[in-house]
Design a protein around this ligand. Structure first.
Ligand code: B1M
Length: 211
């Protein structure tokens, strides 16, 4: 990792809120490849997770690191997004009920926008009824569900069931992702596909809409 990427990585681990935005801005000015900046940022969050698991970090430390990461993403986003293109399709995206983790979901949103999709981001801790309402408003689309907790991933099935009960399941393709989610779980709950990271989520949406 080069020196500026290393500084960004450390800034996120240490939860250095203002420094991270400034460093990302500087790296972009120095023409560092935006995806390399993103990789340095996501690997910092994995390290934060490791520090939490080993008891060196607690929830407040995780929270400031997450804020530093989000500040950096806000600066990076324009460099990863296509401008003035006709949308290729619509994606309704959210982290499921009970789950506040939104960075992975935000990354999926940024890369989908970057690939030319219109993204309707419902945020985190989203109730199944909110997905149903948005699908009713928007018609045929992709519904993309994120979950980071083993205790909330089952709420993805609740969303799928709510869409089926409302008669909307046939109008949507449903994709799922997030650290505890697997291909097997995706098949088990009746989703149309699983992606292990945000880049793969974009490729999966491309494939599903091409069918
Ligand atoms: Co939380 N947390 N957290 N946390 N947190 C994890 C997830 C955890 C693994 C940490 C650990 O123990 N090592 C653990 C979960 C254990 C489990 O269930 N197996 C955990 C826990 C336990 C908790 C609390 C319960 C802690 C507590 O209160 N005691 C609590 C729960 C709150 C709640 O949600 N109800 C909690 C709270 C928090 C904070 C609020 C402090 C903060 C989140 C802030 C925020 O998001 N705004 C936080 C953080 C930051 C983390 C870690 C450290 C980092 C998550 C992250 O942003 N990663 C995390 C540890 C870890 O992941 N190693 C942890 C970076 C992000 C880019 O990766 O989100 O995985 P990720 O997204 C990836 C892929 O998963 C995928 O693409 C991305 C990469 O390209 N992906 C998709 C994600 N969504 C996708 C959707 C798709 C496709 C791919 O298609 C739709």
């Amino acid at each position: 990792m080069n020196a500026s990427l290393n500084e960004i990585n450390q800034g996120i681990i240490e939860g250095d809120l203002n420094t991270v935005s400034t460093l990302v801005e500087k790296a972009l000015q120095e023409k560092v490849e935006p995806h390399a900046i993103l990789d340095a940022m996501t690997s910092a969050m994995s390290e934060v997770g490791r520090l939490f698991e080993t008891g060196e970090y607690f929830v407040p430390e995780m929270l400031v690191s997450a804020r530093a990461m989000q500040n950096g993403l806000d600066i990076l986003q324009p460099a990863l997004t296509l401008k003035d293109t006709q949308p290729k399709g619509k994606v309704i995206l959210g982290t499921v009920k009970g789950d506040l983790h939104d960075i992975g979901k935000n990354l999926v949103a940024i890369l989908l926008k970057g690939a030319g999709y219109k993204v309707i981001d419902l945020g985190s801790d989203v109730a199944p009824e909110a997905f149903v309402e948005k699908v009713k408003e928007n018609g045929k689309c992709v519904v993309a569900l994120s979950a980071l907790l083993t205790t909330t991933m089952i709420n993805m099935k609740t969303v799928i069931d709510a869409l089926s009960t409302s008669g909307l399941r046939k109008d949507v393709k449903i994709i799922v992702g997030g650290a505890p989610v697997t291909q097997e779980f995706s098949a088990q709950i009746g989703a149309d596909g699983y992606a292990s990271d945000a880049n793969k989520a974009v490729r999966l949406v491309d494939q599903l809409l091409a069918q």
